[in-house]
Ligand binder design. Sequence first.
Ligand SMILES: [Zn+2]
Length: 353
Amino acid sequence: MLEQLDQIEQTALSGLASVLDEQALQDWKVAHLGRSSPLMKVFDGLGGLVKEERPAIGRRANEVKRLLESAFAEKSEAMRQLALQGALQSERLDVTLPGRPLRQGRLHPATQTLREVYRIFAEMGFQVYRSREVETDEFNFQLLNFPPHHPAREMQDSFYIDAGVERGDNPILLRTHTSPGQIHAMREFAATNPENPPPIRIILPGMCFRYEQITARSEMQFNQVEGLAVGYNITFGDLKGTLSDFARRMFGQNVRSRFRAAHFPFTEPSAEMDIECFVCGGEGCPVCKRTGWLEILGCGMVHPVVLRNGGYDPTRYTGYAFGMGPERMTMLRHRIEDIRYFWSNDLRFLEQF
Ligand SMILES: [Zn+2]
């Protein structure tokens, strides 16, 4: 009988070892600890044993019962832990994973170039002066020495605004260049001391508009940055020095520049400034059209008529002015071949900067 109990114990324990799921565990419990299990049959049969054998068999049967019960409890707990581990693995929430990044905006490439220009001129003592985008013909042309019907206007086809009243030779238009700001600025500075107007050192950035055929090289809207310095004894040498230094700070310390004679109604003498091509180093390449030079701005000494229109006496004051296109400079630096990318708002283009 004792051997039978050993047999029951071993069969039960080896059966338990191969239990893998909850259902099998419950089946095992019925089979080995249930009402009709071999172990319970032993208990049932205790009464039929001879008196001397009864205590030893009873003790051993109880021992096997406790052992199987604790083995069951242990297995049950182990399976519960296993299930929990499984759930933790499969439903894991990893709080250390990096979050999904928010899409961040960025500065427009033209704005980036503008800010670089501001920074360089700020270091040289120039302030930023902003003026209106909607102008009168008087400020956009006449006060800048473009009389009505002057042929130089041909280069600046304009968007006129229907003001609802006949304005004769002074219609309203979208400014075609930032130069009308020169008159606004000079008059504002001169108003502070009309007898001895203070010197001026400003840059005038902003959007300009021309009635142009839109092509890879011309847009109907674009930025300009104008510069204006007015004071005593300002010479063409100051103009060349300032702009050459600007070019070195903007395009690299070793960049060479040159000035070519040009014509603008509001400056005299006038020049266009080229810098040595930074793509080929002056050797000649498609970007510089094999000349080795890139045109970056127009400039000149402020015309006496313009100084007078601004409230500055041209017999006592001189000054220089210059104007450049940030989009064109951005195109040269990044070898962008089509100016239409700037304002078509295509993220594939804008996200490259
Ligand atoms: Zn080149």
